[in-house]
Every structure is written in structure tokens, then in C-alpha cells.
Design a protein around this ligand. Sequence first.
Ligand SMILES: *Cc1c(COP(=O)(O)O)cnc(C)c1O
Length: 482
Amino acid sequence: MIFELSRPGRKGYELPADKYNTDGLKDIPADLLRTQPLDLPEVSELDVVRHYTNLSNKNFGVDTGFYPLGSCTMKYNPKISEELSAHPAFAGLHPLQDADSAQGALELYYNLQHALSSLAGLSEFTLNPYAGAHGELTGLMIMKEYHRSRGDHKRTRVIIPDSAHGTNPASAMVAGMEVVEVKSKPNGSVDVEDLKPLLDDTVAGIMMTNPNTLGMFEIEIMEIAKLVHEAGGLLYYDGANFNPLLGRVRPGDMGFDIMHINLHKTFSTPHGGGGPGSGPVGVRKGLEKFLPNPRVKKGEDGKFYVEFDKDSLGSVSTFFGNFSVMMRAYAYILSLGKENIRNVGPMATLNANYIKESLKDDYLLPIDGVCKHEFVFDGLKDKSTGVTTLNVAKRLLDYGFHAPTIYFPLLFHESMMIEPTETESLETLDEFIEVMHKVAKEARETPEDVKNAPLSTAVRKLDETSAAKNPILTYKGMKSQD
Ligand SMILES: *Cc1c(COP(=O)(O)O)cnc(C)c1O
């Protein structure tokens, strides 16, 4: 539309009345209306296609190389799920359409809620939140509503382990709760002795990730659940690390009352660059009425309908959440099926342990033992080279691999968190291991090559601090930076 209007020789701003509703234009004061056509660049289709294709070639993505980001689960995103989610029968739906004309979409929504409930061992799920962090906030609001509904107004404190993902304390703060930190033991798991004195009648609950962000399963979880419940608190499960447990261990059975699942991590959706996401929240029996509106239900007649519950904490999203991410998740769950979904965890766990064991001669492993789907190195083992985790991460780009997650978790100075996922081949894992050894050797023999990396990418080492503090976001600004 804008191109059409900006073409030289066109009449200017008269929008074709049969295509666009121009009523609103009458209300804009004449001196604010544009008098000249917009000066947009005119380029040929070929130039546009080449421009974007060349740009995309400069990008790193899971379609171009291994992407071992821990905590992010950059797994294979089946192309058929992309095709399905773009199908006009779904993509063309309007969220205000009446339920009768959107039965298929509501059925998918309903079935996905149930699939997640049975995998989690919880009573009901909402699919409304847009991301894991949004799910955390929603879950904590449910926790607050639960205590408030019982007149238990003192409970304002949330206990969070020092190994937790940063979104946990952030969500608790946004929910208006106070954060209390519980320490981890040297083996990486929550210190139950440190937890005990924190459990008083001001505790609303605890937020835990299991396996935790160090990739270790919290083996004392049943004891922790008992202690927190006895103190009158609830247990929140950060489900970002649900992958290794799929179809084998259920958060509900571990004693968790509320949880979120990151569909874009565990159930595949491309999410590099911050989106799109979906963070469904599940609750145990008794907490369903607090779930956000709208809810999708199934009537006795087998028809699906949308309901607004009066006890609900309200709406947390526009309409129903990120529907296309739900479609991909549903396709992923159905394509694996009940039996194969049980293989996700063991394969992800095997792959992670394979890399860990193959590299621990060159990289410092602060917490030894069998990990789940991810693990953390504390930089290179040989600290005399001066080569940092950041240097190694940049050097990997020169060899065609994305960096692991770096400097998280915060428990170690040189954290390097690696998650291969269940969908990478043995060949890819072996190539990655070989390159990691090669970088460690370079660090010893020619450390400048590693410190100055990346040497072969479209742009060299970026000044990330300036980029964050003084972002230059305009087209013209970018030009002047070239
Ligand atoms: C990714 C992640 C989150 C936050 O999820 P988003 O979908 O990115 O908002 C929370 N906790 C853990 C452990 C995570 O890995």
C-alpha cells in the first residue's frame, strides 16, 4: 500500500475507498496530513531478494549449524510443523470469531492442554502466557490468589535457589513478592539445611528448576516438597528443563503445585533472537479456578467453547496466546507419540554426558557426575593461557558452531553451559568435540588467535557494552556506522 502511494505519478494519499476505511482520515487536522508522497527507496525484486538472502547467510541459525545453547534447547524444528502452522485454515482465523466457526482450532487448543496435563501430572493447563517468564508471572499470581483466597495475607516471600534462571527472581519481583535466596551445595543441588530455617509463615512458596540450571537432578526434591508444604507454601516448577523428564517423571508426582512449560524449548519452535514463545501454566487439583481467562472447554455435546471463570485471576494475554507455537508443539507431541516421547530425555541426557566426558580433560568441570540434558564448564582447565570463556565462544564461530550459553549460571566465573539436545547426530557431536579440543590447543599454543576471534565472520568482535548502552537503531544511523 505504501509503495503504491509513493510511486511517482501517483495521486498521493487517496486511499482506494473500496479497500481501506478512510473515515478516520477526516479527523486528522489538515496541517498534520502529509503533503508530499513518502520518499521510499525504489528497488527491483532481484535486489531485494539478494539483499535479504545475503543477510540471512550472514546469520547463524539452527538450520546452518550446531547451536549448543544451554538452557535454551535449540532443537531441530521440523519443517512440517512450519507448514502446518502456516496453513490458511488456521493462520486465517480471527480471535474474535465465534466458537462455532473455529471448532478445529479450539479442539487443538483443548487437546494440547490435556496432553501437557498428562505429561506434567497436573490437573489443568492454560496456554495463554506468551513465554516462560510470562508463565512464571502467571504462576506466581496464581500462588498469590491461592493464599489470598484463604485470607493468608502474610505470605509474601518466595524462596529461589542461587542457581536459578534470572527470570525467576525477576518474575517474583514483578508479582510484588519478596525474593529469598537459598544456597546450593558444592554438588549443585539445593541445600536442604539452608532451606529449613527459611520456612516460616511468611513463605508463599518456592520456585525450583529440576533438573536445575547446572543440569543436575534435585534428588532431595521429595523432602523439599514435604518441608515446603508443611510450612504452608506451594511449589512452583520452572519447566524450561522439562526435556529430560518427558514421559518418565512428572512434576506433579514430585510435589509441584504450579508449573510452566516453555513450548518453544521443549516442544520445538524456532526461537532465536527472542521469540516467538509460549509458556503454558499448569496447576494441581484445587487451583484450576485461578487460571487466567479465557479458558477452552469441551461440552457434553462434544463441542468446544470458550469460558470466562469468575474466580480467575483475569487475563494475562490478548485473546488466547501464541497459537502458532501451540500448533508446532501439538504436531511435535503427536509425531513422537506416547512411546517415542519417552526417548527424548534419555537421548538428550546421553548426548550431554558424551560431550561432557569427552571434553573434561581440556575444560574445567566444577560439578562432576551424571548430568541430565545440559552441563556447565567453568572455562578452560588451563587457567594460565589468559583465554576466557568469551574468547572460546567467539572462536567457535570461526569453526562454524554457535557459542554455548556463556556466563550463566552465575555460580562460576567462566560458566560455559552446553546443551546438545536429543536431535543432533553423533557426527555433529563428534565434530563439535574435535573443534572444542582444537580451540583448547590453540589457547595453549597460539592464544592470540583465540583472543582476537572471530576472524572469519561478517563482523568481528562487537562492542557489546556500547551496543547495549547506546543502541543506534535507525537506518541512517546504521549507514554512518559502516
Ligand atoms: C528460558 C528459561 C526461562 C525463561 O523462559 P522464556 O521463555 O525465555 O521467557 C526460565 N527459566 C529457565 C531455566 C530457562 O531456561
